[in-house]
Design a protein around this ligand. Structure first.
Ligand SMILES: [Zn+2]
Length: 395
């Protein structure tokens, strides 16, 4: 079965110039051909004409929490409700995320392995949602960031065991907490948490199983520890020094800035029911965060797209607002679109399947009205979403 899309332009995510008067041929869930009007297809094929639109690879959000409700005190809600309620809501979040054009996510921490069950339910076709890579429980020091839903572990041996537990449960990726964070009371975003030795042990265990790692890391010492331990990506990266940036370049470490997370906490504030400690900490760090992003961008650090969706007012399905913030802070629209597709696929280790529109890749496609290269806000105007060749949203 073939399906053909024809639109004003196509951005394939590879870094090549956009193709004008574009034709995309999809067959059996994969991309069959990409090009201009010269591309041919079987005569009885279904053709969707999308004038004025841009065809893009499906977006890949490398940092979400599908189990978390994006309300003022999301942690409190999730920890006080039943797993059944959390699971049902997570399914709703998954559908919203997919329909916004995000066809793959990396879930960076859920409650009681609900994220893993959700991943399997989506992969098995039981419910609609983005393709998921999931981390299970984040590994944290005792009392560390996110401890109520994490696996607390102290000392390299215990961290090894904690990581092995996540692998046994079926985690695709391992999350390690290198520093404090905004959403846990009494924990400073800048302070280091798991030690270099603990992080090394965790990264090594993950690596033995062929898994990649991500570290929530906000302060410079913790970020440096995570990079030296061989972590695949630094999440948030609020305080990036020149030394840390040099190390990230040397080790090929990715940055997933999640600019949108503190943006909403500061914008909505205490009046919206966000805990005072979270608002205060976010206000304290937001400028440093943006400065770090700009510095990393200028230095050529690999930057992927991630939102932390599920944190306060950071809505599932509004993920691509992050791309707008990336452009506001110095990326070109093309750079932001590539961060949102190919670079994130490379970070997740799935670039052989998704992230670009090239023959043989899975047909994960999003079509937006207008030209996001002229105005990145066009990413809000989703007209069509296709996952593995199947239309999941048409507007
Ligand atoms: Zn997160």
């Amino acid at each position: 079965m073939q399906l053909v899309l024809r639109a004003a332009q196509l951005i394939d995510g590879t870094g090549r110039q956009p193709i004008a008067d574009a034709t995309l041929v999809i067959e059996d869930g994969t991309v069959k051909a990409v090009g201009g009007r010269e591309v041919t297809y079987a005569p009885d094929t279904k053709v969707l004409e999308l004038p004025g639109c841009t065809i893009l690879p499906g977006f890949i959000d490398a940092h979400v929490h599908l189990t978390m409700p994006p309300v003022g005190d999301s942690f409190k809600v999730i920890m006080s409700e039943s797993d059944a309620t959390t699971t049902l809501r997570a399914a709703v979040h998954a559908k919203k995320t997919l329909e916004s054009g995000v066809t793959t996510v990396r879930d960076m921490g859920g409650k009681n392995y609900i994220d893993l069950a959700l991943r399997d339910a989506i992969a098995g076709g039981m419910i609609p949602g983005p393709r998921m890579l999931a981390s299970g429980r984040p590994v944290v020091m005792t009392g560390g960031h996110g401890w109520p839903m994490a696996r607390e572990a102290d000392g390299p041996d215990e961290v090894r065991k904690a990581v092995r537990e996540q692998l046994k449960a079926g985690a695709d990726v391992i999350k390690l907490m290198a520093t404090g964070g905004v959403m846990t009371p009494g924990v400073e975003p800048g302070s280091p948490q798991l030690t270099l030795e603990e992080l090394k042990a965790g990264v090594e265990e993950a690596g033995k199983a062929g898994r990649r790692t991500a570290s929530h890391a906000q302060g410079a010492t913790g970020i440096k520890n995570a990079v030296l331990a061989g972590i695949t990506s630094i999440e948030h990266g609020i305080f990036l020094t020149d030394e840390v940036i040099e190390l990230m370049l040397k080790h090929g470490t990715y940055l997933v800035p999640t600019l949108v997370a503190p943006y909403w906490i500061v914008k909505k504030g205490r009046a919206a029911g966000i805990p005072d400690y979270a608002v205060k900490k976010s206000e304290d760090v937001i400028e440093a965060h943006l400065a770090s992003f700009r510095k990393a961008l200028a230095a050529g650090v690999k930057i992927a797209f991630g939102t932390d969706a599920g944190t306060p007012f950071n809505e599932h399905g509004a993920n691509t607002f992050e791309l707008e913030l990336m452009v506001e802070n110095g990326m070109s629209p093309m750079q932001a679109l590539e961060a949102g597709t190919r670079v994130s696929a490379e970070l997740l280790g799935i670039a052989d399947k998704v992230g670009t529109l090239e023959p043989g890749k899975l047909a994960d496609v999003v079509v937006v009205a207008g030209n996001p290269l002229d105005d990145i806000k066009a990413v809000r105007e989703v007209r069509l979403v296709i996952k593995e060749g199947r239309i999941v949203k048409e507007k």
